[in-house]
Design a protein around this ligand. Structure first.
Ligand code: ATP
Length: 764
C-alpha cells in the first residue's frame, strides 16, 4: 500500500481541514448526493497536478477554493496534501514518506511542494510518472466517466493505454528531448547564421593579418639587416673618425709650423721694404756730404784768398814801410781824408746857419777840434798810426783773424764730413746686407707656400673624408630614428655586438674597416627597399587588427565548437528520441498484448463469454493543433503545433456472447459500463498503478454484475490500493474503511469514519 493519507484544506466544499487515511487496500467513500464525495476524487486529481479546469469541474482557479457557507467565511487558499509510503522506494527519493502538496490562491497563482520544498509542476509530473501515476488520470475514474475509454478517440485511447502501461515517463522524455532538439536545431541555425555573418569579416581580417604578418616578417628581416648595418657603421664611424683625427695631427701641426715660418719670412721680407728709406737716407747723406764739401771748398778758397790778400797786404806794408822810411812821408788813407772833409763840410754848413756869433764860434771850435784830432792821430803814432800802413796792418790782422775763423770752421766741417762719410759707409753696407736676407726670405716664402699648398691639399682631402664621416654619422643617427619607429627597441640590438663573421669568429674592427664600403652601401640599399615596402604596406593600427582578428576567430572557433557540440547533442537527442520511440513502441506492443489477454478474460467473466480486444489502427495523415492538456511539460509552451503522419490509435473490438452485436455502438449502457470496467481492470492488472479511484463506476450495474464488480475490486486490490466512491452496498462490503461524507446546512462537507452497517444508511 502506497497511499497513506489525503488532507484537504479549503478545497471546494471542504472548507475545514479534513484528512482521510488509507491504511486498507480498499477504502470506500459514501454519502448522499451533493455532499462532496466527488470533491475528494477531484482533490486527488488536483494534487497530482491536473491542469484541465474541466476535469476539476471548474471554470477558474477560484472555483477550487472554499467559497464559504452560511456559517463561515470563504477561504483564500485551497490546498491538498497527499502522503505516499515510500518505504519500498516507489519514488526515486531517499525518504520513507513522500508528501506531494499543491495549493492555489484567489489571484490564480499556485504552488507545488514535494516533501515541503517548493518545486515546479514538471517536477511533480516527473516524480509521479516514476510510479506510473500518469497525467491522463486513467487511475482516477470520475463519476460518469466509467465508459470514457470507450468514447474517447483512438488516439486518446492510445494515450490512456500508454499511460496505464507506464510509458508516460518515456513520452515525457521524448517530448522533452524533442523540445530540446527543436531548441538545439534553432540554436544551430542561429550559430550557423552568426558564423555566416562573421565569415566575410574574418576573411577581410585574415587578409589584413596576412599583410601584417608579412610586414612583421619584413620587420624581422629589417631588424637583422639593421643589426649588421648599424654595428658595422658604428665601428666604421668611430674608427674612421679616429683615423682621420690621427691623420690630421701631423699635417695640421706642420701647417702651423709652416704658417709660423711664413710669418717669419714675411717679416723678413717686410723689413726689406725699409731699404728704400735707407736709400733715401743714403742720398740725403750724399747730398749733405756734397754740401759740406762745397762749403769746405768755399772756405778753403776763401781762406786761400785771405791768405793771398794778407800776403799782398804784408808785401804792400813792407814796401810802404820801406818807402816811408826812405821818404819820411806818412801816407794817410784816402778814406780818412774823405771822412775829415765830410766832417769839416758838415760843421761849416752847420756854422753858417747859426744865428748868433756864439753859436757860430762854437761851430768853428768844433771844426778846429776835428782837425786837431786828425793831426794828433797821425802825429802821435810815430807817423804810422792812422796811416795806410797801419790801416793795412789792421786789415791784415782782421784778415788773419778771419782766416783763423775759416780754419776753425774748416776743421769743424772736416769733422762733420768725416762723420757723414762714416754714416754713409755704414748705411751702404747695411743696405747691401739687407738685400741678401730679403732674397733668402723670398726663396723661403716660395718654398713654404709650396709645401703649404701640399699640406693644405692633404688637409682638404682629410676634411672631405671628415665631412663624409660626418654625413655617415648623420645618416646613422637618422637610421636609428627611423628604425626605432619601424622596429622599436630592437634597433639598439646592434650595441650588444653579437655579430660574427662568416667563419663564426667575432667581427673585429679590422674586418669592418677592411671591407669595401660598397658592400655597406648595398646593405643600406636593402634596408631602404624594405622600408619602402613597409611604408607601402601602410598598415596602421595593426595591433587592433590583430586583436580583432584574434577575438573574431576565437569567437568563430567558439561558435564552431558550439556548433559541433550542438550538432552532437542534436544527434544524441535524435538517438535518444529514436531509442525512446523504439522502447515505447516495443513496450506498448508487449503491454497491449498483455492487456488484451486480461481484457478478454475479464470480458468473458463479465459477459459469460464473447470476444474483446484492443486493435492498433492507423489514422489518416493530417495537420492539426493538439491540446497539450495533461501533458504540459513546459509552462511557457501550453500548446504545440504538430504534424502527425499516420498516427497510430487504438480501436476496441467487442463481440457479445450469444448476441450478434459487434462494435461499441451497439452496446447498452450497462454493457458499456461492464466493458469499460473490464478494460480498466485489465489495464490495471497488467501494470498496476499504486492506487485507483473509482467514483461511482459501479452506478450502472445490476445486482449480479455488482457482485462480479466487487469480486474484481477485491482481486484488483491485491495490486493497487483502491478508493471507491459508491452507493453500492456490495462494493462497500469489500472496503476496509468507509468514510461517510455529509454536508451540513451551511454547505461545508464533513467527513467521518463509519461502520459498514451505518454506511448503507449514510450512503442514502
Ligand atoms: P453526488 O453523489 O450527487 O455525485 P457528491 O457527493 O459527489 O454528489 P460533489 O459533487 O462532490 O457531491 O459536491 C458538490 C458540492 O460541492 C455542491 O454542493 C457544491 O455546492 C459544493 N461545492 C463545489 N465547489 C464549492 C466551493 N468552491 N465552495 C463550497 N462548496 C462547493
Amino acid at each position: 500500500m502506497y497511499l497513506k493519507s489525503l488532507e484537504l484544506i479549503g478545497f471546494k466544499s471542504f472548507g475545514k481541514k479534513t484528512e482521510l487515511e488509507f491504511n486498507t487496500p480498499v477504502a470506500a467513500v459514501v454519502g448522499p448526493n451533493g455532499s462532496g464525495k466527488s470533491n475528494i476524487s477531484e482533490a486527488m486529481r488536483f494534487v497530482l497536478g491536473e491542469q484541465s479546469m474541466k476535469s476539476l469541474r471548474s471554470k477558474k482557479t477560484e472555483d477550487l477554493i472554499y467559497n464559504g457557507g452560511s456559517s463561515d467565511g470563504r477561504a483564500n487558499r485551497a490546498s491538498v496534501k497527499l502522503v505516499f509510503d515510500n518505504a519500498k522506494r516507489l519514488f526515486d527519493l531517499d525518504f520513507d514518506e513522500v508528501l506531494v502538496e499543491r495549493a492555489v490562491y484567489r489571484d490564480g497563482s499556485s504552488e507545488y511542494k514535494i516533501n515541503g520544498s517548493q518545486v515546479r509542476l514538471r517536477d511533480v509530473w516527473e516524480l509521479l510518472s516514476q510510479a506510473n501515476i500518469g497525467a491522463s488520470g486513467h487511475h482516477i475514474i470520475s463519476q460518469g466517466e466509467a465508459d470514457k475509454i470507450l468514447s474517447s478517440s483512438i488516439k486518446d485511447r492510445r494515450t490512456i493505454i500508454e499511460d496505464a502501461l507506464g510509458l508516460k515517463i518515456y513520452q515525457y522524455k521524448r517530448a522533452e528531448s524533442e523540445r530540446k532538439l527543436a531548441k538545439t536545431e534553432g540554436n544551430i541555425e542561429k550559430v550557423e547564421s552568426l558564423r555566416r555573418e562573421i565569415s566575410p569579416h574574418i576573411r577581410f581580417l585574415k587578409k589584413q593579418v596576412e599583410k601584417i604578418e608579412k610586414s612583421q616578417e619584413m620587420k624581422r628581416e629589417l631588424s637583422t639587416l639593421y643589426e649588421e648595418y648599424l654595428y658595422r657603421e658604428s665601428i666604421y664611424i668611430k674608427e674612421a673618425s679616429k683615423r682621420v683625427e690621427e691623420a690630421k695631427k701631423g699635417p695640421a701641426s706642420r701647417y702651423s709650423e709652416l704658417e709660423r715660418k711664413l710669418t717669419e719670412a714675411k717679416t723678413i721680407l717686410e723689413s726689406a721694404k725699409s731699404k728704400d728709406d735707407k736709400s733715401d737716407e743714403l742720398i740725403s747723406l750724399e747730398r749733405k756730404l756734397s754740401e759740406i764739401r762745397s762749403r769746405k771748398d768755399e772756405l778753403s778758397r776763401k781762406q786761400g784768398l785771405i791768405e793771398g790778400e794778407i800776403s799782398g797786404l804784408k808785401r804792400f806794408v813792407q814796401k810802404q814801410k820801406e818807402r816811408e822810411e826812405r821818404e819820411g812821408n806818412q801816407s794817410v788813407p784816402l778814406s780818412q781824408v774823405q771822412s775829415l772833409i765830410t766832417s769839416f763840410r758838415r760843421s761849416v754848413e752847420d756854422a753858417l746857419i747859426k744865428d748868433s756869433v756864439e753859436a757860430f764860434r762854437q761851430s768853428i771850435v768844433e771844426v778846429k777840434g776835428i782837425f786837431d784830432t786828425f793831426l794828433k792821430k797821425y802825429s802821435e803814432t810815430g807817423g804810422e798810426q792812422g796811416s795806410v800802413v797801419s790801416e793795412h796792418k789792421e786789415e791784415i790782422k782782421r784778415l788773419e783773424e778771419q782766416g783763423e775763423n775759416f780754419i776753425k770752421e774748416l776743421s769743424e766741417i772736416k769733422g762733420e764730413e768725416n762723420e757723414l762719410v762714416a754714416s754713409y759707409n755704414r748705411l751702404r753696407s747695411d743696405i747691401e746686407t739687407e738685400k741678401d736676407s730679403s732674397r733668402d726670405a723670398e726663396r723661403a716664402i716660395f718654398s713654404i707656400m709650396s709645401e703649404q699648398n701640399d699640406v693644405r691639399s692633404l688637409l682638404k682631402d682629410l676634411s672631405y673624408e671628415e665631412d663624409s664621416i660626418k654625413m655617415a654619422k648623420e645618416a646613422f643617427d637618422n637610421e636609428l630614428k627611423e628604425g626605432s619607429v619601424l622596429i622599436g627597441r630592437e634597433i639598439v640590438r646592434y650595441e650588444e655586438g653579437k655579430l660574427s663573421t662568416q667563419n663564426g669568429g667575432t667581427l673585429s674592427f679590422e674586418d669592418v674597416m677592411s671591407e669595401d664600403r660598397a658592400i655597406q652601401k648595398e646593405r643600406e640599399k636593402s634596408i631602404e627597399k624594405i622600408k619602402i615596402k613597409l611604408e607601402d604596406s601602410g598598415l596602421s593600427g595593426s595591433e587592433e587588427i590583430m586583436k580583432e582578428y584574434k577575438e573574431t576567430t576565437e569567437r568563430d572557433e567558439f561558435l564552431e565548437k558550439e556548433l559541433i557540440d550542438l550538432r552532437s547533442s542534436a544527434e544524441s537527442l535524435k538517438n535518444l528520441i529514436g531509442e525512446l520511440e523504439v522502447r515505447i513502441d516495443s513496450e506498448f506492443k508487449a503491454g497491449l498484448s498483455k492487456i488484451n489477454k486480461e481484457f478478454q478474460n475479464l470480458f468473458s467473466l463479465m459477459f459469460g463469454g464473447g470476444q474483446a480486444s484492443l486493435v492498433v489502427i492507423k489514422e489518416e495523415s493530417r495537420r492539426r493543433k493538439i491540446e497539450t492538456e495533461g501533458i504540459v511539460l513546459d509552462d511557457e509552451e501550453p500548446q504545440i503545433e504538430e504534424e502527425e503522419e499516420a498516427k497510430i490509435g487504438i480501436d476496441i473490438k467487442v463481440s457479445l456472447p450469444r448476441k450478434n452485436t459487434k462494435g461499441l455502438m451497439m452496446l447498452s449502457g450497462g454493457e458499456r459500463a461492464l466493458t469499460s470496467i473490464a478494460l480498466l481492470f485489465a489495464m490495471s492488472q497488467v501494470k498496476p498503478p499504486p492506487f485507483l479511484i473509482l467514483d461511482e463506476t459501479d452506478a450502472a450495474l445490476d445486482e449480479a454484475n455488482s457482485k462480479k464488480y466487487a469480486d474484481m475490486i477485491e482481486n484488483l486490490s491485491k495490486y493497487s490500493q483502491l478508493i471507491v466512491i459508491t452507493h453500492n452496498r456490495e462494493t462497500m462490503s469489500r472496503a476496509g474503511i468507509i468514510y461517510g461524507v455529509t454536508m451540513d446546512r451551511s454547505g461545508l462537507s464533513k467527513l467521518l469514519s463509519i461502520a459498514f452497517d451505518k454506511a448503507v444508511e449514510v450512503a442514502k
